[in-house]
Design a binder for this molecule. Sequence first.
Ligand code: AMP
Length: 616
Amino acid sequence: MSERVIGIDLGTTNSCVATVEGGVPKVIANKGGYKTTPSMVAISEAGRRLVGHIAKRQAITNANNTVYAAKRLIGRKWTHPAVQRARQVLPYKLVEGETGDVRIELHDKTYSIPELSAIVLSEMKKVAEDYFGGPVEKAVVTIPAYFNDGQRQATKDAGRIAGLDVIRIINEPTAAALAYGFKKNIRKRVAVFDLGGGTFDISVLDIQDGVFEVLATAGDTYLGGEDFDQRIVEWLVFGFAKEHKLDLRTDVMALQRLRDAAEQAKVQLSSTTTTDINLPFIMSASGKQDALHLQRTLTREKLEELTADLVERSVEICDRMLKEARLDKADIEEVVLVGGQTRMPRVQQMVKAFFGLDPAKSVHPDEVVALGAAVQAAALVNAQQSGSQPDLLLLDVTPLNLGIMIAGGYFNTLIPANTTVPTSKSHTFTTVRDNQTAVKIVVLQGESDVSKQNEMLGEFILTDLPAMPRGTMEIEVTFDISPEGIVSVFAKDKATGREQSIQVTATSRMSEDELQHVLEANEEFAVAEKNTEVFQTLRNDVERHLREVDSLVPKVREFLSASDFGEDALKKVETQKERARRAIQMQDIPALKEVREKLERANTMLKGVAERVAGT
Ligand code: AMP
């Protein structure tokens, strides 16, 4: 008998589990007959742990101790703007963990996010075990494609806590494509537009029989159905405040009822054009005996107006991704919609208008990700058992630039976004000062040129380097990204051959204070790029300007020797020349950028004077 393996879609709002039976992927329904289970966890008054539908049912009366949308917090740092925003709207209490991560306090006990996600994963494992009538351990778990290393690691941690052997984590849009193209013998370029409860991803893939190659991916890990619900909640809250001068947000129970009603109204408006929201006894006016009721009619048009910017944001991300990856929209032959929020007609219209294609009808947006995960799980286990290659090949990409901080706080990309994984890249760096004996390697992931604006994955220090003149010491840093998008880094000092490595771990995250400290105050450990393209280009530019200055100055000096003004300007030019030479020697990129600009201006000035002199 072949081993039981499952695929789990751990969603922000709902989770789904699937398996492959007789070569056909199928979703496993829970005992209540539902194919998806709410990703909700609660601790009851009596201290009982509740999961899924049971947790959802009691959310109104136990809002402070019911966790939903924990996926929006997984692997994030406490200081992340998304976390600070979430604190404003979530009914449960977020606290900062010791390592600067996010924790949730339920009845005076604090839980890490992987712990809470593990409770949902255990429930999905149980759904499968009830179905099989026996234990299941091996699973493929899906994650948003745009998750960074920390979020990926934390999801793997959750799997481990749940007692699962997570044989692979794969990106949700890729899983969806796998289910879509499975056994279809198709050759197509497909865009997967995945708007779920909490996250948005867009991926473009080439499907060639059994090979699924991701060409590019982009997304926003804080854009999804929850934000659409929140817009309706705000609309209801402000309407109520206007009418009764009372703020519903001060009452957690009222707020939870509003949230449920908002989601229901939103879902209904995908099939009707108007819906009534009725919440009797939502609040009582203070000092009055009268209970207040909330009654509003929401039209599809109003909903579209309230959420227009959210839909636009998703389309803008598609546009940016295509441009950055230099992909032609016209080459995309099929668009697959994934995630419950894509059922909203406005979303479908926008996607159709953007790609100029009717979305594929054959996929079920809530189930396709779990089905794809099951397909991948079965392929991996079959290959392992038979000792052969898997019958399908998945080539995914890394979603974010990966690199290190270099002198001046700049971010030096070593592996750009959309590079196929697994991948490995080495780069040689050097010291910035004479006799520098320690170097700190700060590893970051993100889109900005400035280190501080990117996500820090970890850092390590190479010490006891031989004392050598600056720029001569060579440190080779190698970055590895696994097929799951997980990063490891090794550094080797070439003089002694000594190596150090870090497995960048989500659990060893640093607080923002520590991070700022590292990013700002590590002058003494700074490392410089050696012969990188940025430095080369800058050096070439600056040297060209220097040559020009040197040819212009004697001509100008000849004619301006009598003028004080001219002498003063020429002195300044000399100062800039000196700074340029120093910046080249130090490989100081920010200084080179500044001096390039100054020299350019000086040249314009000198040319102007030279022309005037020539004309007289
Ligand atoms: P998922 O994470 O894929 O389960 O997506 C869940 C999100 O889809 C939630 O925000 C749901 O409210 C939303 N959703 C589910 N069905 C619909 C529908 N018919 N219309 C609009 N949104 C929906």
